[in-house]
Design a protein around this ligand. Structure first.
Ligand code: AMP
Ligand code: ZN
Ligand code: FE
Ligand code: FE
Length: 292
């Protein structure tokens, strides 16, 4: 029996942002793997949720609406925030996400200007081509794919190293929401706030990060942390489970599946190659219910 069967994955991306499966294809794949529940957590957009929801009904699996927002808390503290169970029709939420999309489109224009200045002949159409139909959030991974196609980089990773990461020629800082703004917005829409992959955070040592997370919880801004994650080793999972327990934070987990844009990360593979037990959802659901 598959270690995925009956399980859940709470962190996935579709073509609505920088994944390569359409929302419908993602759900069909989840169903074929025997997963029971998927959360769609595209970057800065919920535009894939309705297609995913229709596919989930067709395949008799559960779709949880989600999103992954980029947050800045001061100059240094940048991280991703996941949210689940919000009302997808909440006007403040949809209009804020629309605003984030406008920031991104201004940034993309600046990145193209940078490319021109570097003597790289890159058009927005070429970048869009890499995002595919239905993409509402265009970002650096699409620029990376276009640069690879032009033969200017050997892989997505190489394109980031050469051109796109901080301090590289095409890099333009992305305006982000503050945690306070994001948490207020999400909570008002019935969404819980979960710190995404804290084990990938490099701007704080684990001990500092633990204090920071505790402060966020005490301030009412953070409800939980992603304790299970494809790229974690056992020590990281244990560390974040301990932190969640000590601070009464919710426990979440997911693969961060991106299809062909992260080819080593399989759908549903959250912890030791397995998906998570559906029982992990009960406290998350209850916390969201209490927000309404
Ligand atoms: P953006 O939101 O446009 O700044 O793009 C950020 C996304 O790029 C992240 O969510 C990652 O999925 C991806 N990314 C960042 N660094 C790398 C890298 N070195 N190699 C591949 N993908 C990356
Ligand atoms: Zn991504
Ligand atoms: Fe992330
Ligand atoms: Fe992600």
């Amino acid at each position: 029996m598959s270690s995925l069967r009956g399980g859940i994955d709470l962190h996935t991306h579709s073509t609505a942002s920088d994944g390569t499966d359409t929302p419908g294809a993602l759900i069909a794949k989840a169903a074929s793997l025997g997963l029971s529940t998927i959360a769609l957590t595209d970057h800065d957009t919920i535009s894939g949720v309705s297609e995913a929801d229709a596919a989930a009904k067709e395949h008799s699996i559960e779709l949880i609406p989600g999103v992954e927002l980029s947050i800045e808390d001061g100059d240094i503290r940048r991280f991703h925030l996941l949210s689940y169970f919000f009302d997808v029709n909440n006007p403040a939420l949809t209009s804020t996400l629309e605003g984030v999309r406008r920031w991104r489109s201004d940034r993309n224009a600046l990145m193209l200007e940078r490319a021109q200045a570097e003597g790289i002949d890159l058009t927005f159409e070429e970048v869009l081509d890499e995002a595919g139909e239905g993409a509402t959030v265009i970002g650096r991974p699409h620029f990376a794919a276009a640069l690879v196609k032009k033969g200017l980089a050997s892989s997505i990773n190489d394109a980031f190293d050469k051109y796109l990461k901080t301090d590289r020629p095409l890099h333009v800082a992305k305006p982000s929401l503050t945690l306070k703004a994001a948490a207020e917005l999400l909570h008002a829409a019935g969404g819980i706030t979960i710190l995404a992959h804290p084990g990938l955070i490099r701007w704080a040592q684990p001990a500092e990060l633990a204090v920071y997370i505790k402060d966020l919880k005490n301030a009412g801004l953070l409800d939980g942390i992603e304790c299970y994650y494809f790229r974690y080793d056992d020590a990281q999972t244990e560390f974040f489970l301990g932190l969640a327990h000590e601070n009464s934070l919710l426990v979440s987990g997911g693969s961060d599946y991106h299809g062909g844009n992260k080819p080593d990360v399989p759908l549903g593979s959250v912890h030791h190659g397995s998906s998570l037990s559906p029982s992990i959802l009960d406290p998350l659901r209850e916390a969201s219910r209490l927000l309404r």
